[in-house]
Design a binder for this molecule. Structure first.
Ligand code: PMP
Length: 311
């Protein structure tokens, strides 16, 4: 084995050692919000893992696959556009593996997120607030094109490792945790990795499992990590034929769910977790019986500005 192979191999081994800290999240039964006698609602508590969000799964898989294929090593910087959680997950894993991380982040991302990224040693490139994640993506793409020798461009919106992470972990965990008894899966669409990967696994197990995708109802919304797909660029990894239905949810209604869930379930939800629960509750109103599963991508801890408004 030559020396380059030895280095890559040891970096890969270091990455594989992080596997136990990714995924394996509990499935929480929602008991006290909504009244549905023959419908069970469960949510994966995705904040209970490395980096405190669902994004540990794709970030880990993107980094591991890139190391394995020789595209990423500690001489390159991992570059991507992220509204926060993916960036935070890259930052944790990158710091541990000695891989520098550069992120394009809309300047209106919350202060808590910027602080966390700074603490983890990320190089931040703030992009115009009006342009949202589409603009951040364009700038990341440009930076890569100008200096391909300097960066590994992770491109979470087009990277197949993103949805595969959910296909191989989230989807399987949900099947096992529900004893293979699930009728509906409902989740918000950002990069669409969670929906695409989990949905594909569930449909392969049983094509009668219904998949419902959720979107913000307006382009300027408060659901961090979500895309308003009618106006935003559709991620390359999204399979438009997979959803049985796509619904819209409002930020304001989601905020009401944050309050209710805090007081009745003992959970502090982020706006996007609350929006997923709102979708699940609306679905429960429409069906006579079944088992609905959703995900809570992260908790409320990084959303001080929202909590200041609500409580
Ligand atoms: N909610 C939050 C808080 C997120 O960070 C993300 C990821 N951008 C999502 C939802 C959407 O997940 P996905 O990218 O897998 O569609």
């Amino acid at each position: 084995m030559n020396s380059l192979e030895t280095i890559t191999d040891s970096l890969l081994n270091k990455a594989i050692q992080l596997r136990p800290f990714v995924g394996h999240t509990p499935l929480y039964p929602i008991k006290n919000v909504g009244e549905h006698s023959n419908v069970d609602i469960f949510a994966k508590l995705e904040w209970q893992q490395f980096g405190s969000s669902v994004k540990a799964r794709p970030a880990y898989r993107i980094i591991r696959d890139a190391i394995q294929s020789g595209k990423l090593n500690s001489d390159k910087s991992l570059l991507d556009a992220s509204s926060g959680n993916t960036g935070i997950a890259y930052a944790h894993i990158g710091a541990r593996l000695g891989i520098p991380v550069t992120l394009c982040l809309p300047e209106n991302a919350s202060e808590e997120r910027k602080q966390i990224l700074n603490a983890l040693g990320v190089e931040l490139r703030l992009t115009p607030r009006g342009g949202g994640t589409d603009e951040a993506q364009k700038i990341a793409q440009q930076m890569y094109e100008e200096h391909p020798e300097k960066y590994f461009y992770a491109d979470q919106y087009s990277n197949e490792s993103n949805w595969k992470a959910h296909y191989d972990t989230t989807g399987i965990e949900i099947l096992e945790q529900t004893d293979y008894e699930i009728s509906h899966f409902i989740a918000g669409l950002g990069t669409t990795g969670t929906f695409t990967g989990t949905g594909k696994r569930l449909k392969e197990f049983d094509e009668n499992i219904s998949l419902i995708g959720l979107q913000p109802d307006i382009a300027m919304h408060g659901l961090e990590g979500w895309k308003h797909l009618p106006t935003a660029q559709t991620p390359a990894i999204y399979d438009e034929n997979m959803a049985d239905a796509t619904w819209s949810v409002s930020t304001e209604d989601s905020y009401e769910i944050i309050k209710e869930t805090a007081r009745k379930e003992g959970l502090l939800l982020s706006p996007s977790s609350a929006a997923n629960l709102l979708g699940a509750l609306q679905l429960a109103d429409q069906i006579d019986e079944g088992t609905i599963v959703t995900v809570f991508p992260d908790d409320g801890n990084k959303y001080g500005e929202v909590f200041n408004q609500l409580f």
